[in-house]
Structure formats: C-alpha cells, structure tokens
Design a protein around this ligand. Structure first.
Ligand SMILES: Nc1ncnc2c1ncn2[C@@H]1O[C@H](COP(=O)(O)OP(=O)(O)OP(=O)(O)O)[C@@H](O)[C@H]1O
Ligand SMILES: O=C(O)C1=C[C@@H](O)[C@@H](O)[C@H](O)C1
Ligand SMILES: [Mg+2]
Length: 169
C-alpha cells in the first residue's frame, strides 16, 4: 500500500489556476484531487450561485463544514474556493494535515479568462476582482507555506511546482 502523505491545499483568487495546476500535480504525484466548490455542490445538491441567494454568510458556514470534513483526508490535492482565507477556522482545519500553496496569478490574466456567470461575488463586473484581491492578498500571504507565481505556460508553472513538491515530500 502507498504511504499516506499530507494534503496539498491550493489557495488563491478565483481563476488563478488552482484546478488546472492541481489536477496536473495530482497526476504527477499520484495523489487524489478534490475541488471544494464541487464537493459543496454535490453535498448540498444545489449550485453555488443558488446557495449565495441565501447570502454569503450562509455559503461560508457550509464551506467551513465541508472544509472540516475534507481536512480529514490525506494524500489529496485540495483545490479551495477563493474566499477560503476569510475564515481562520478554515485554515486551522486545512493545516491539520495540509501544506498550503498560494497560487498567485496576475489579475490581468485572470480577468481575460474568467467567466463571471458562475461567480456570485463578481456578478457586478470583473473589475470587482481588483477589490477582492486588495482585501485578500494579506490573508493569502499570511496563511501560505509556499507561493507559486502563475505567469507563464502551464508547463513552466508545473516545473516550478515540482520544485516545491520535492521540498514537501
Ligand atoms: N498558466 C496558464 N496558462 C494558460 N491558461 C491558464 C493558466 N493558468 C490558468 N489558466 C486558465 O485560466 C482559467 C482558470 O484556471 P483554473 O480553472 O485552473 O483556475 P481556478 O483557480 O481553479 O478557478 P476557480 O476559481 O474557477 O476554481 C482556465 O481557463 C485555465 O485554463
Ligand atoms: O472568491 C470567493 O469568495 C468564491 C470563489 C468561488 O470559488 C466559490 O467558492 C464562491 O463563489 C466564493
Ligand atoms: Mg477551480
């Protein structure tokens, strides 16, 4: 049986590359991959925009409950929602058995790619991402164990990522 390892938790702004990088890394390291937003939607049997209709606070409570459950896993790449850093309790759970990697991608690149249709917090326009970044950058920096700059090809970024994963394992 494979030895169990710590989780690798990816944090960062919406559209920063958590899923693309995380799935790639999971394949490389033969780890499992889970996306917190997808887990929430499956568990609640309702979409995230629908959950947000009852308010952000309602969503955050569900998010924290799901994070608590997922933090009990091991050998898993956990791709989080962009707002996971808003609750210190989320981070406490995630750090119990996880190393946190902050994926930092230039906002201009994010804005070019992002689909705001499925993002309640950006419903007023993509520009809101600049304000979100200002609000959150301090938290991403505070909670990260490592940081990766996603500003080149995915292939290139995966090389930087494997330098980090070698340090972790
Ligand atoms: N280095 C890169 N080069 C080219 N495209 C990229 C790169 N990084 C991310 N992308 C693209 O940006 C978009 C967002 O990436 P991805 O879905 O991986 O981000 P995310 O952080 O998981 O977003 P979400 O907030 O939706 O979970 C995707 O279309 C992805 O292909
Ligand atoms: O940045 C955020 O606060 C969010 C990001 C998404 O992944 C979802 O978790 C949700 O839409 C909230
Ligand atoms: Mg994703």
């Amino acid at each position: 049986m494979e030895k169990e390892s710590k989780n690798i938790v990816l944090i960062g702004m919406p559209g920063c590359g958590k899923t693309s990088i995380g799935k790639n890394l999971a394949e490389q390291l033969k780890m499992n991959f889970i996306d917190v937003d997808e887990y929430i939607e499956q568990k609640m049997q309702i979409s995230i925009p629908e959950i947000f209709k009852q308010g952000e606070e309602h969503f955050r409570k569900i998010e924290t409950r799901c994070i608590e459950e997922l933090s009990k896993l091991s050998s898993t790449i956990i791709s989080t929602g962009g707002g996971v850093v808003k609750s210190p309790l989320n981070i406490e759970f995630l750090k119990e058995n996880g190393i946190i990697i902050f994926i930092n991608r230039p906002l201009e690149n994010i804005v070019n790619d992002i689909d705001i249709g499925v993002r309640p917090l950006l419903a007023d326009g993509k520009e809101k991402i600049f304000k979100l970044y200002q609000d959150r950058i301090g938290l991403y920096n505070k909670y990260k164990d490592y940081e990766i700059i996603n500003d080149s090809s995915l292939e290139n970024v995966m090389e930087k990522m494997s330098e980090i994963s070698q340090k972790i394992s």
